[in-house]
Design a protein around this ligand. Sequence first.
Ligand SMILES: Cc1cc2nc3c(=O)[nH]c(=O)nc-3n(C[C@H](O)[C@H](O)[C@H](O)COP(=O)(O)O)c2cc1C
Length: 340
Amino acid sequence: MAKSTTPATAVDAPPVRAEDFEVAARAILPKAIYDYFAGGAEDEAAIAGNRAAFARWRFRYRVLTGASEPDLGLELFGRRLAMPVQLAAAATQKMAHPQGELGAATAAAAAGVVYCLSTLSTTSLEDVATAQGVPWFQLYVFKDRGITTELVDRAEAAGYQAIVLTVDTPILGRRERDFRNAFGMPAGFLYENLVGPLSRTGPVDVGQSALAEYFSFQLDHALTLKDLEWLAGHTRLPVLVKGVVRPDDARRSLSAGARGVIVSNHGGRQLDYSIATLDALPAVVDEVGGELPVLLDGGVRRGTDVLKALALGARSVMIGRPYLASAVFSSSYATRSSCR
Ligand SMILES: Cc1cc2nc3c(=O)[nH]c(=O)nc-3n(C[C@H](O)[C@H](O)[C@H](O)COP(=O)(O)O)c2cc1C
């Protein structure tokens, strides 16, 4: 029998599905960085659960409807978007690609979709705004409310079109890969929206994650509806609440001024054994879907996943790891092409 010619990694073959980019990223990145991107909390059961929930659904589709040219577009907060797939907030993207967040935001602008910038980005929010797309700003609330207010005001001034308040991160999830790797941001990378000592994670003691320490010292552990009310009253931008998995929390968020909710478990990086986001979606949609847009992220890896989320009532999905992995792949592809 002839030997299999299947390449060992997707690095040598053109990627044809999102997971191929993740295989490539694993082969290209230093282990600690790959683990930070790919990993999750504790047993990583929430990561697996997000995917398993998508795998359980099948389509009972309509025929003979005369559908010809599909229109994937949608409107969100007064902006026309080309498709119901937006780029979720992800910290420290220069570890994936030298152009970091600006590269990803430029790609999102070209594709006509939202780019949500993380508070903990390695490019300043003002620089990312030059991509001229539809930028949203993801907010972590600092204990020092002066820092928080300044971030929101800067985002407004720079042309961001929504604030995404992440509410599932009172402390950083226990990401055991990061503990094993004593993960901290490598030298040369800074949180460019923040200044001075706030701009980087501290020195790492073996056995600890510098990122976990950063969260515990700098960020507010005890957000309440009052904080949401304050934020919604402070900014003229729509506030979306990210990290909701229960209908009562969606209702409370709406009452406190949220203009959208994102059903999310942070890609399985926060509380492990969180309900799969696709399983959480229908009850949230039943409760508030008639009043505000409900988005979903976590484990979306292909078009049929998007269709399942839309069929269960999401207005749009967001993706995280797939675009980080494709950024890693494209940076290595550029290097290899220029060597030819
Ligand atoms: C490397 C990485 C960094 C992230 N950083 C943030 C962040 O700074 N703020 C935030 O709200 N969510 C963050 N997330 C969560 C994403 O916004 C999103 O919820 C998640 O990635 C969706 O799941 P998926 O990666 O399976 O698509 C991060 C996710 C990853 C993978």
